[in-house]
Each structure stands twice: as C-alpha cells, then as structure tokens.
Design a protein. Sequence first.
Length: 263
Amino acid sequence: NKAVTIPSLRALHAAGEKIAMLTCYDASFASLMERSGVEILLIGDSLGMVCNGHTSTLPVTVQEVAYHTAAVARGAKSAMIMADLPFGSYGTPEQALASCVQLMQAGAHIVKIEGAGWLADTVRFLSERGVPVCAHIGLTPQFVHQLGGYKVQGKTIESAEALKADALKLQEAGAALVLLEAVPSTVGKDVTAALAIPTIGIGAGPDCSGQVLVMHDLLGVFPGRKARFVKNFMEGQASIEAAFAAYVAAVKDGSFPALEHCF
Ligand code: KIV
Ligand code: NA
C-alpha cells in the first residue's frame, strides 16, 4: 500500500471516493486494519472507555494516548496515524503544542482536537508549526458534563448554522480535516458541501467525505450502551479481518451509514 497522506486524502476526496477510518489501539489490529484498506487509524481517547473501563474519556492522559500511538505506529506501514489530544491537554496553544510533540514523537501524523470555533487560534498555531490537525466538532465527548450527556448536536437551525460557521473558521485556520459527531444527516451534508477539506462523520449521515467507528463497536465487543450510529460488522462474517473489509466496502460504496444509523 502507498502511504496515506494529507494530499492523498485530498485526492480521494476530489475523486469522490469515501475515506475509511477506524479507531485502533494496538499493533496487531493496526496491521489487520491496514490490510483491510482502512486509510486512517485513530488512537482515540475512547481508549479510556473501551480498553480501560472508564465511564467517560476524561481520565485519559497524553502519556496513555502516546503509549497506544507508538504501538499502532509500529503495526502500520502505510495508514495515516491520528492521535487524540485528551481532556485538559490543550488549554493554551503552547500546551497543545507540547502535547502534540509527545504524540507525534510516538508516531502520530496528525492530531485530533475537540472544540468549536474558539479552537481556531490553537489550530492555526499547531498547523503553522508542522502539526496537521483534525478538528472534532458536534458532539464532543470531553464536554459531556457541559452537554449534559451524549446528545445529538446541531438540531436547531441556529445551532446547525453555528456548526457550519465553526467548521469554516477551523478550515480557514488550517485544519486538514473536520470530524463531525452525532449531528443530523442534513448538517453533515451541509457542512461537507461548505468545506473544501474532507469531513469524517460518526453519526453524521452518509454525505460526509468519510466515516469512522470505534473498533470495539464494529466488532460488537463493547459491553456499554450501543449508540444509534453503531453497526456490528461481525454479523455474518467469519473473521475479524472480513468484518474490517466489510466495513471498508460499506463505507466506500455508501451503504454505511444507512438510514437506521442516522439522526
Ligand atoms: O475517541 C474516539 O474514538 C473518537 C471517535 C469516536 C471519533 O474520537
Ligand atoms: Na475521541
């Protein structure tokens, strides 16, 4: 496989091909996902929940994300490695850069940060210093205590317009990608159409430029509550590798997400 880079993702996007992304936390799964055609491996702070059993992502540290990032980077040869900046690790642009240095020295090619328009200064600061950024907007799980739960965002006309304005501001600040979580499909479609950079959706409808799922959800092994946007791709498959391949195929041909996975 050829290395997945920001220019190669832009080329996929320009050609109208969907981008397949999955969360990944170790070397063995990284190798398997890559062989199945997954373009981006995300070391999500979801690792606090799916690997460590916490009830939110808030306890996760930069050191923990860096440990899993190094493992994933050793297992992958061509996929893009994206690492999450965990809660409390990007309070200022300078602190964000120090956190990114740890993650990129562990093997990340790009970082993902949760926020909204206020994040633009940090995104600009990082991109100008060689750190590509994916801006995560919509439902941002690190804000669970402010949001009052894991709730769909952008349901009103005003909040949908605010999300689009935030996405444009983050693109203007240099974001390489925008991740949209748990927003109505109409918002996913509208924001994707407004941006030049690719969008990655999770619970954001079929019109995003790509899709992401948490690996444990895809395999049906996470014991917690199953979100509407989750699909168990192990059903009907004989191996984990086949489930990853089925996910990639469904993202590429647009059959995932289906209506039942959308808001
Ligand atoms: O941490 C994570 O797994 C994520 C994805 C759900 C996008 O941020
Ligand atoms: Na995350």
